[in-house]
Design a protein around this ligand. Sequence first.
Ligand code: SF4
Length: 64
Amino acid sequence: MKAWVDETKCQGHTLCAMAAGEFFVLSDEDGHASAPDQHVPPELEAKVRLAAGGCPEQAIVIEA
Ligand code: SF4
């Protein structure tokens, strides 16, 4: 599974990092999230899916 953040949609709510802080990294400057490694480890898949479902901007893209 792959996942990444659509930078044009992300508004920096930081909810994704609360749900899956092992995967999403927040910018120190604006709080916007990114996923440095798009490959989601199997043990983090559930958390990343939760984060995607909870993102208010639907900025997290998941590719199975
Ligand atoms: S929850 Fe969504 S909008 Fe908020 S920082 Fe994460 S990706 Fe961006």
